[in-house]
Unconditional design. Structure first.
Length: 288
């Protein structure tokens, strides 16, 4: 699989000279599977870049585009109205619901209600498919997608995609490891269960918004401390871990420091695991 990061920032977009290297768009990750199926995780402001690239390529749009949204907090959906393919009649977009909570949120379509954005969902030219929630994995081209309940206020799903060639990616954001359990209409998976869910994965993308110095002030906010994320990756025996959903107050230099810290942690505790600080435009080829 080929994974492309189109947005890596959490909470709010942060454009400007201090974030130019890692990027300021909020979260959106694209995955191309073995058979070139396009899977999109989250619709933050980064999805505008993805949509513009699809149109500018001049190639036929992927048929269909599979979209999985972790939850409906603004930073994860605010880019949806600016995803260019939804204004093309030839586009076919499937918004998958991996829980009853997600299905209700997708049905509501709050961004396209005529108040929060002038275009209503019924007026979009694209074929927008919103299938009902059915428990269990979903096939997307050559791959299968499974979900797990994360620990975040209001509820949130994480995803794992396993391709036919044995390559695998986990996308776990927003999630608070070691914090108080939040509700959201489903049982929250503890870190031990998340480690089983992500076991042996080629690339683990995880919310790593905080450093130890941010606590206890940010305890209960639904995001993880970098060291806890690295420990999860070690327990899951992930090959590579991508630190994701960066705090909007961290500039490029601060993220460089997090990268240095993470690499030192891995050398000391998990030398078989590599770590990267996710940046906008980064492309990772995940091997079986």
């Amino acid at each position: 699989m080929r994974v492309t990061f189109y947005g890596v920032r959490g909470s709010i977009a942060t454009p400007g000279p201090s974030t130019v290297r890692y990027g300021g768009n909020t979260v959106c990750v694209g995955v191309r599977t073995l058979d070139d199926t396009l899977v999109v995780f989250d619709m933050g402001t980064g999805i505008r870049v993805l949509g513009d690239q699809l149109i500018a390529s001049g190639a036929p749009l992927p048929e269909p585009i599979h979209v999985f949204v972790t939850h409906a907090h603004w930073d994860h959906i605010i880019g949806a109205p600016f995803f260019a393919p939804i204004y093309r009649k030839e586009a076919h977009v499937i918004l998958h619901a991996m829980s009853a909570r997600a299905e209700a949120s997708i049905r509501k379509g709050v961004l396209f209600d005529g108040e929060h954005f002038p275009v209503r969902i019924a007026d979009l030219p694209a074929h927008l498919e919103r299938p009902s929630f059915v428990e269990g994995p979903i096939r997307v081209g050559s791959a299968m997608v499974r979900s797990v309940q994360l620990n975040h206020p209001g509820g949130c799903e994480g995803f794992r995609i396993d391709d036919a060639d044995g390559s695998s990616v986990c996308y776990l954001t927003d999630n608070e490891l070691g914090g108080p359990a939040h509700g959201g209409g489903g049982g929250v998976a503890p870190p031990s269960e998340l480690a089983r869910f992500a076991h042996g994965v080629g690339l683990l993308i995880h919310d790593a918004q905080y450093m130890p110095a941010d606590l206890p002030a940010k305890r209960g906010w639904g995001h993880s401390v970098v060291d806890d994320v690295l420990a999860l990756g070690k327990e899951a025996e992930a090959r590579t871990i991508a630190l994701h959903h960066h705090d909007p107050w961290r500039d490029d230099h601060a993220l460089d420091m997090i990268g240095n810290h993470a690499r030192a942690w891995c050398r000391a505790h998990a030398p078989a695991m590599s770590t990267i600080v996710a940046s906008e435009g980064l492309v990772v080829d995940v091997k079986p």
